[in-house]
Design a protein around this ligand. Sequence first.
Ligand code: NAP
Length: 282
Amino acid sequence: MTVLDGKAIAKKVRAEVKERAEAFASAHGRKPGLHVVLVGDDPASQVYVKMKERAAGKAGLEGKVHRLPGDTSQADLEGLVSKLNADPAIDGILVQLPLPDGLDAQPVIDAIDVGKDVDGLTPMNAGLLQEGRPGLQPCTPSGCMRLIAETGVELSGKRALVIGRSALVGKPIALMLLAANATVTIAHSRTADLEARVRESDVVIAAVGWPEIVRGEWVKQGAVVIDVGINRSDDGNLIGDVEYATAAENAAWITPVPGGVGPMTIAMLLSNTVTAAERREA
Ligand code: NAP
């Protein structure tokens, strides 16, 4: 078994991003610009936004955060998105979710210019992914695909199971695996026999948010296991959706929690921003 070290692979992605960002800056006389919109004072969101701002700066991007009060109106928030859409020096726009009560996230996301939608959450980018056309793809699923790519395992013809069907994680990962010619099954809360689905799968992606829902003994010998879940155990530690120690005995490759998928998400956001910048200037 080999541990898929998300920290090390994310570092590699960030180094690649930095090189591309520097090449972009020397060609166009400006850094790729990532603007993050944060509404209200949710403590977790503040931490995430700070991490994104810092990571952007370190990777040679221009990172800026727009902090708005919690009582910002829907019209003002959508107005800011329009302003950022129109600014030629901005390549990526990210609206940090969740928004405070009283604000409707969907029209705000829908308002983001498709070419600047570095979270890949607009219906247009979701549609491009579904059609297998180039667009901007959601960061956590892209991070999972990069982790699989690092294993060198060929996905074509493999049985892949995605547990979870959210628009943010499960559905886009399933489409990406399909595009890589895996035979894809999507499990969800109504799936009848999860154990049987896991036992037959060469690749398992768990994105549920249920501590250790995937029992280690279910994992097929030689499988690739990607654990997206982030849960708090009774003793306060972070644990995934997969029972790690026993799963690791069967898997060929497995991501730990923490230190697996988590670090990849911001790295892929930076990568998407440079991609958006390159396409806008092409
Ligand atoms: P979500 O929107 O709550 O979706 C969870 C999915 O799990 C749903 O599709 C749900 O099915 C399914 N599910 C619930 N109970 C199940 C069961 N007993 N068996 C099989 N499937 C079941 O969550 P999410 O946003 O996709 O996130 C999933 C997990 O990933 C969370 O732990 C989250 O914290 C984590 N996450 C991590 C990162 C990262 O960077 N590492 C990023 C995003 C999310 P139904 O559709 O039928 O309800």
